[in-house]
Design a binder for this molecule. Structure first.
Ligand SMILES: NC(=O)c1ccc[n+]([C@@H]2O[C@H](COP(=O)([O-])OP(=O)(O)OC[C@H]3O[C@@H](n4cnc5c(N)ncnc54)[C@H](O)[C@@H]3O)[C@@H](O)[C@H]2O)c1
Length: 302
């Protein structure tokens, strides 16, 4: 099987490429290397095409593939350039979608929990979506576009996955946009007390990238088109991350709490309803937060 992975040099994309190659697939990466690291590709065989997904001319030059996994996006949610965010995340994604429709090949793409905006309870796929930044809106608008096609056509299969808070190996190039686990790890390994907003009880649905990559690849075999949450279904606190890191690093560093400058605008809670994911793809996340952090630190960070 030949698979095109957009954003394959990035965090989740390179983990996806790894799983595909472990399963014997031939992978072609399409990435402009704007927010990635060549180090993510050093243990991979994939061929890389260096191009922007918004460049119309590239679609005529792509080799024949059997499926597409679309991960490329502007992922810095704080980017102030709305034109760039919409052009890449929405217009660029539509070009990928049109390529798959024209070739009649399956598409699995990365959506985001950002489509839900502020949530105080469990997020279900059919609830009203109120994204609260341009990043969330760009993902929302593409989900709406896909939904129109899913309703109209049976083929090819399209699966959108609304990733929740992903952490794990190959994320270091993301800097301040890397996961909370990675940020806290860096502080703690330097012997500093981990700094979190008062009082560390903000809860998020943290999911290990190995689960995300495995389920993303499994979605290529989905029997039906759908847009699904991809989280563990279990919200965990920042204090839980610190406890897990203390355990794995064999440290006893107390959290250093400070005032949250974002006040009410801060997302204090995320939790995926995973019912639809379990039903459609017949799978679920396997790593608990403790298992994910242990695997990450023991095998990739220390
Ligand atoms: N990491 C998370 O917690 C998370 C959560 C929800 C959704 N997502 C989504 O998952 C996908 C992957 O995210 P990630 O965390 O791996 O981010 P990342 O920034 O590490 O990867 C994005 C990749 O896309 C490439 N890229 C950016 N703009 C491009 C363009 N115009 N043309 C071609 N390539 C381009 C970058 O170079 C990079 O390799 C994204 O679509 C993101 O929105 C991630």
């Amino acid at each position: 099987m030949r698979v095109l992975v957009t954003g394959g040099a990035g965090f989740i994309g390179s983990n996806v490429v790894k799983i595909l190659e472990d399963n014997g697939a031939k992978v072609i990466i399409l990435d402009n290397f704007s927010h990635s690291s060549y180090k993510n590709l050093m243990d991979l065989q994939a061929e890389a095409i260096v191009s922007d997904i918004t460049d119309e001319s590239i679609y005529k030059k792509l080799p024949k593939v059997d499926a597409v996994i679309h991960e490329a996006a502007i992922t810095d949610t704080t980017l102030a350039d709305d034109t760039k965010m919409m052009t890449v995340n929405y217009e660029g994604s539509k070009k990928i979608l049109n390529f798959c429709l024209a070739k009649n090949i399956p598409l699995v793409y990365a959506s985001s929990a950002g489509v839900y905006g502020e949530t105080k309870s469990i997020a279900r796929e059919d609830q009203k979506l109120i994204p609260h930044n341009t990043y969330g809106y760009s993902k929302y608008l593409f989900d709406c576009q896909v939904n129109k096609i899913i309703i109209k056509k049976a083929l090819p299969r399209i699966v959108g996955l609304r990733y929740f808070n992903v952490y794990g190996p190959r994320e270091y190039h993301k800097g301040s946009a890397a996961s909370m686990t990675y940020q806290l790890y860096l502080q703690m390994i330097a012997g500093k007390r981990p700094r979190v907003f008062k009082y560390g009880e903000q809860k998020r649905d943290f999911i290990y990238v190995k689960d995300v990559a495995r389920i993303t690849v499994a979605a290529l075999k989905s029997k039906k088109s759908a847009i699904l949450n991809l989280g563990t279904g279990i919200p965990r606190s920042f204090n839980d991350i610190i406890s897990s890191l203390n355990q794995v690093l064999k440290t006893k560093l107390e959290p250093d709490y400070f005032d949250n400058p974002y006040g009410d605008k801060y997302q204090n809670f995320t939790q995926a309803d995973t019912t639809l994911l379990n039903k459609v793809l017949k799978t679920k996340a396997e790593f608990s937060l403790e298992e994910g952090i242990k695997d990450y630190v023991d095998n990739y960070l220390e």
